[in-house]
Design a protein around this ligand. Structure first.
Ligand SMILES: *Cc1c(COP(=O)(O)O)cnc(C)c1O
Length: 394
C-alpha cells in the first residue's frame, strides 16, 4: 500500500465494517495523556470534549491506570451472585456524595441509558400510570430511555415505545398543569447537555420538588452528564439545595470504564424488589475499582472546586474574545455551551479541530465544551489561543 492508501484506509474500514448509526469519525486516535490525545499521524489535540464528559481525569491518569491494573490482576468479574470490596466501597461513597445517606440504596448498570431504565422501572413500581419528562430532554437510546427522551426525531422510527410518558415544556406552569396524583415520576436533566448545554429555568428544580412532593410523584434527576463534579458540585442539584427521590449517573464516574448507577433516596429505596431488575456486568469489580480511583482522586485533588474555578475562567475567556459569531455562553463549571449565530457552530468545530482543539458542535447553534476536570493554566491558555483562532477562521 502507498502512504496515501494507508492514511485513508481506516476511514474505509470504518465505513465498511461499523454499523452506519454514527457519522464518519473525525480522526483515528491512538493515544492520550492528560488533556491531550494523538492521532495516527502524530498530531496532538487538546481534548476539550473528554469523550463527552466522560474522561474526568483526562487520559491515562496514573491513579486510574494503577487501580485498573491492580484490579485486573485480582478479579475482573464475578456476577451479582457475589459481592466485591470495590462494589461495596463505591456504593457507600455514592450514598455519601449524593447526600442520600443511610436510607440511600445503589443500583449498578453499565451506561447512562441503563441507569435511566432502572429509574423507569422504579417509577412503574409506584403503581401509577403517568410519567412526566421534558421536551428536548435526552435520557438515552434504549427503548425505555428513548421513551423518556423528548426528541420526536429520535423516537419516531422506533415506535411503539413503552407507554405512559408525556413530554411537557420546561416551565413550572407546564408542570403545575400536568401533575396529578396519578403521576409516578418527573425525570429531568438539570442542564440539557445533548440539547446544547441548556440549563433549566432558575428555580425550576425547587418548584418541581415541591410539586412532586405534594402529588406523591418521584423526582428523578438525570445527572448522567452533569454529575460527579462536572458542574462545580458533586451533583448539579446540590447547587439548588433540593433532595430528589433518585439520581442517575454514568459518564464521568469511572474514567471511561463503562459504569452507570442509580442512587435512591428515602422511601424510594424500598420500591424495587428482589428479582425486579439486574445486569450481568453491572457493578463488577473492574468498573467499580476504576470508579473508586476516579472519585477518590477528584476528592483528594479538589477537582470539584477546580471545575467551578476553571469553568468561570473558560467562560470569561470565551466572552472576552468578543466574536460576532458568539451569541451567549451557557452552563455551569466545566459543562459549557457556546451559543453561536445560526449555522456557525459546525464550521467553528471543524476549524478548532484543524487548530488542534477538540470541541463539540452539537447542533447548528451550539458548541459543547466539557474538558477533563484536571484542566490547569496550560490547558486553559492553549484552549483560549486555539478557540480564538477557530472563531477567527470561521
Ligand atoms: C449521555 C446521556 C445519557 C445516555 O447515556 P449512555 O451511556 O449513552 O447510555 C442519558 N442522559 C443524559 C443526560 C446523558 O447525557
Amino acid at each position: 500500500m502507498t502512504d496515501a492508501a494507508v492514511e485513508t484506509d481506516w476511514r474505509q474500514r470504518h465505513a465498511h465494517d461499523l454499523m452506519a448509526s454514527y457519522a464518519p469519525p473525525l480522526r483515528l486516535l491512538v493515544r492520550g495523556e492528560g488533556c491531550w490525545v494523538w492521532d495516527d499521524e502524530g498530531t496532538r489535540y487538546l481534548d476539550f470534549l473528554g469523550g463527552i464528559a466522560v474522561n474526568s481525569l483526562g487520559h491515562a491518569h496514573p491513579v486510574v491506570v494503577a487501580a485498573v491494573e491492580d484490579q485486573v490482576r485480582r478479579l475482573v468479574h464475578i456476577s451479582n451472585y457475589f459481592a466485591s470490596p470495590s462494589q461495596l466501597e463505591l456504593a457507600e461513597r455514592l450514598k455519601r456524595i449524593t447526600g442520600a445517606g443511610d436510607a440511600g440504596r445503589v443500583y449498578f448498570g453499565n451506561s447512562g441509558a441503563e441507569a435511566n431504565e432502572a429509574a423507569f422501572k422504579l417509577a412503574r413500581r409506584t403503581g401509577r400510570p403517568r410519567i412526566l419528562a421534558l421536551k428536548n430532554a435526552f435520557h438515552g437510546r434504549t427503548m425505555g430511555a428513548l421513551a423518556l427522551t423528548g426528541k420526536p426525531a429520535l423516537q419516531g422510527p422506533f415506535e411503539p415505545l413503552p407507554a405512559g410518558v408525556e413530554h411537557i415544556d420546561s416551565t413550572v406552569e407546564a408542570l403545575e398543569q400536568a401533575i396529578r396524583d396519578d403521576v409516578a415520576m418527573l425525570i429531568v436533566e438539570p442542564i440539557k447537555g445533548e440539547t446544547g448545554v441548556v440549563p433549566l429555568p432558575a428555580g425550576y428544580l425547587r418548584a418541581a420538588r415541591e410539586l412532586t412532593e405534594r402529588s406523591g410523584a418521584l423526582l428523578v434527576i438525570d445527572e448522567i452528564q452533569t454529575g460527579l463534579g462536572r458542574t462545580g458540585a458533586w451533583f448539579d442539584f446540590q447547587h439548588e439545595g433540593v433532595v430528589p427521590d433518585a439520581v442517575t449517573m454514568a459518564k464521568g464516574i469511572a474514567g471511561g470504564v463503562p459504569l452507570g448507577a442509580m442512587v435512591t433516596f428515602g422511601a424510594a429505596s424500598g420500591l424495587l424488589q428482589r428479582g425486579d431488575h439486574g445486569s450481568t456486568f453491572g457493578g463488577n469489580p473492574l468498573a467499580t475499582a476504576a470508579a473508586n480511583a476516579v472519585l477518590g482522586e477528584i476528592e483528594r485533588a479538589d477537582l470539584v472546586g477546580n471545575a467551578a474555578r476553571r469553568g468561570e475562567q473558560i467562560r470569561a475567556a470565551v466572552e472576552a474574545m468578543g466574536s460576532p459569531l458568539v451569541t451567549e455562553v451557557r452552563g455551569r463549571g466545566l459543562l459549557i455551551g457556546v451559543g453561536t449565530t445560526d449555522g456557525a457552530a459546525p464550521a467553528i468545530g471543524a476549524a478548532a479541530l484543524e487548530a488542534g482543539l477538540i470541541v463539540n458542535p452539537i447542533n447548528p447553534t451550539s458548541i459543547r465544551i466539557a474538558p477533563p476536570l484536571i484542566v490547569g493554566d496550560e490547558e486553559v491558555e492553549a484552549f483560549t489561543e486555539r478557540f480564538a483562532a477557530a472563531l477567527a477562521a470561521s
